[in-house]
Ligand binder design. Structure first.
Ligand code: 9D3
Length: 239
């Protein structure tokens, strides 16, 4: 509901609780402190709790990783501190929670998966570091493994924030302009048309005449043609 002061109030809407398991909780300031995600948090559309597996380590050095059985480079995250981290997350939620592990071996994240996960009440986001996580922990506790694509990152935190951002902007009331999320999903399947704003001439380049015509039917048609042409050129796989 839009109030007289332009504020957007959402009552009884879906609220997503994220339980984030990470060695670097401070990274998540990126979505808590800025932009749409910050505003959605202020509107209480989502909340996050951060669990550091180091808090469940048992030695003086608070060790959470160890050398891989069979040898090889790098270190592996130990199962027990992660199992206890997941248990502490589950304990905060009455209903079912879904455990998502971010891994280069996961399935590629898609809009379809984002929408499915946006319906969850609580998501446990397990962010790995080092070479990976002990496979027994994954087999026992993880419901879904997600990758962002075929490039190498330093850990699961940025992928977790990508998923959180994608979910949050889909929550009713997260965007001021009600049309934005609808149009996002309407055009899903096509790339967006080009956009222009003032000034009308910038460094000798003008805005396409049609956008200044005021003929909204023509503008709609032009944008659809541009979107289709760009998709054919850049992402023919979408057609
Ligand atoms: C030597 C094999 N590497 C796997 C491709 C080792 C390795 C590299 C990077 C193991 C873990 C990582 C850390 N990456 C993630 O945790 C990760 C990730 C990514 O690197 N790319 C795309 N999506 C994701 S989701 C989590």
């Amino acid at each position: 509901m839009v109030g007289p002061d332009g504020s957007v109030e959402v009552t009884g809407a879906a609220v997503v609780a994220f339980e984030v398991i990470t060695l670097f909780p401070e990274m998540f300031a990126a979505i808590e402190r800025s932009g749409i995600t910050r505003r959605a948090m202020e509107r209480k559309l989502w909340r996050a709790n951060y669990v550091n597996p180091r808090d469940f380590a048992t030695d003086a050095h608070r060790t959470v990783d160890d050398r891989p059985y069979g040898g090889g480079p790098g270190m592996v995250m130990m199962a027990e501190p992660l199992a206890q981290s997941i248990a502490s997350c589950r304990a905060r939620h009455a209903g079912a929670v879904k455990v998502v592990h971010f891994s280069p071996a996961g399935e590629r994240l898609t809009h379809r998966r984002v929408m499915e996960l946006a319906g969850a009440q609580a998501l446990v986001l397990l962010c790995g570091r080092y070479e990976g996580v002990d496979q027994r922990l994954i087999d026992r506790h993880v419901d879904l493994e997600v990758s962002l694509g075929d490039f190498v990152l330093s850990g699961g935190e940025l992928p977790a924030m990508v998923l959180m951002d994608a979910i949050i902007r889909q929550l009713p009331g997260a965007l001021n302009d009600a049309n934005s999320a609808i149009e996002d999903s309407f055009v899903a399947g096509l790339l967006d048309c080009p956009h222009y704003t003032r000034p009308e001439t910038w460094e000798g380049e003008t805005v396409p005449d049609v956008l200044l015509s005021g003929d909204h039917a023509r503008i709609r048609r032009w944008r659809a043609e541009q979107a289709l042409a760009l998709t054919r050129k850049r992402r023919p796989d979408l057609l």
